[in-house]
Design a protein around this ligand. Structure first.
Ligand code: NDP
Ligand SMILES: Nc1nc2c(ncn2[C@@H]2O[C@H](COP(=O)(O)O)[C@@H](O)[C@H]2O)c(=O)[nH]1
Length: 329
């Protein structure tokens, strides 16, 4: 097979502006539809233990944002889904693929406790185990929207879609606390945006671009390359509400952010593919979400449109490592 693939990442791309048709950025509509629901932003905080907890999940659901609860306190998931559904909020959880996770899915179905969204969250999502899990969920809870991942190739997207996935999550190793690329030699780190484009071309259902987002502008770039939604860890870490531990160093506050495959998550040093970092304490999560929305509204105005769809058609240039040009925010 011969293939020509343009290789670039977020910092190598600039989108080209079009004539503006709105009077104010506040007119730009940043909402997105995923499954049966519409959300305020095409952005979801990573389903990681230092990024989201039940309190944040509830806040996001109430405020109209998409969320995916992590799977690292498995025993709490049934009560969580029950509570969210009782309160009329969207229920969105994660599962793995091991035997106890299959049992858990069957338990949900037996209780007729069907989450709106279930994300199958494992490192190497192009796997028989994931295909089996998609098929199980679709058999016992057909109305659940299944997100499967993570993958990094069109073949994987097609296989998971064929198995019944409603969306696939793209990104092997581009994450801020990821060490997969150095531990295994594999991944989309350094060319994640090109991988999103490559996978999106093969997809017939939504793609979620996962990992490597470092600036708000990267959200618009992901959408341009075919993503419906963007999953973000590091930009959502270290907020007032964030679950990670707060640490004071020389009078400055930091918060921890660790990988789901790190020893801090696993409690042992086995198959470690993640690390822990400390990030300067940020303000409130709500203020970051507000700024993200304003920046995306501005991006839509540069695209010459009124909504997210306008970002999908803009021209772009590849200018290697150009955007920082020695600057920082
Ligand atoms: N997006 C990314 O780039 C990455 C994300 N992660 C995150 O880390 C967390 C832990 O992931 P993961 O270790 O998959 O979860 P689990 O430890 O729950 O593993 C899931 C199952 O898949 C098996 N498995 C895991 N990796 C492989 C592999 N490379 N080949 C064959 N079987 C495999 C495991 O068996 P066994 O452990 O015995 O092999 C286990 O049975 C997840 O939240 C994931 O999203 C981790 C790495 C990369
Ligand atoms: N290789 C690993 N990837 C991980 C791990 N834990 C989470 N992740 C992935 O990173 C993104 C978040 O990326 P960011 O650049 O926005 O910080 C997350 O959604 C996972 O897909 C890990 O331990 N190893």
């Amino acid at each position: 097979m011969s293939m020509t693939l343009d290789i670039f990442d977020y910092e190598d791309i600039q989108l080209i502006p079009n004539r503006c048709v709105i009077q104010s950025r506040s007119e730009a509509d940043t909402s997105v539809i995923l499954g049966k629901h519409s959300f305020k932003l095409p952005v979801v905080p990573a389903n990681m233990q230092t990024i989201i907890d039940e309190k944040i999940a509830e806040m996001l659901a109430r405020e109209g944002y998409f969320y995916i609860m992590h799977r690292f306190e498995p025993e709490k998931r049934i009560a969580f889904v029950e509570r969210m559904q009782k309160e009329g909020l969207i229920s969105s959880i994660s599962v793995g693929v091991k035997a106890e996770e299959r049992k858990f899915v069957k338990q949900l179905a037996e209780k007729a406790l069907v989450p709106d969204y279930v994300t199958i969250d494992i490192a190497h999502g192009h796997a028989d185990s994931v295909i089996d899990m998609i098929q199980l969920i679709k058999r016992v809870m057909p109305s659940t929207f299944v997100i499967a991942g993570n993958v990094g190739t069109p073949e994987a997207v097609r296989d998971l879609e064929r198995a019944g996935a409603d969306a696939t999550k793209v990104g092997i190793g581009p994450g801020k606390v990821c060490i997969t690329k150095v531990k295994t030699g594999f991944g989309t780190g350094g060319w994640q945006l090109a991988a999103v484009k490559w996978c999106a071309k093969a997809a017939s259902k939504p793609i979620i671009a996962d990992g490597g987002i470092r600036t708000h502008g990267d959200i618009a770039k992901s959408i341009r390359m075919g993503a419906t939604m963007v999953m973000i860890g590091s930009l959502f870490a270290a907020h007032e509400e964030s679950p990670g531990e707060t640490i004071e160093i020389d009078g400055k506050l930091f918060k921890e952010y660790f990988g789901s495959a790190s020893e801090y998550q696993k409690g042992e040093h086995k198959n470690v593919e993640g690390k822990k970092i400390l990030l300067p304490h940020k303000g409130s999560l709500k203020s970051t979400l507000k700024e993200m929305q304003e920046d995306l509204q501005s991006a839509i105005s540069y695209a010459g449109g009124r909504d997210i769809e306008s970002l999908r058609k803009v021209d772009y240039v590849v200018v290697k490592n150009s955007i920082w040009n020695g600057d920082s925010i």
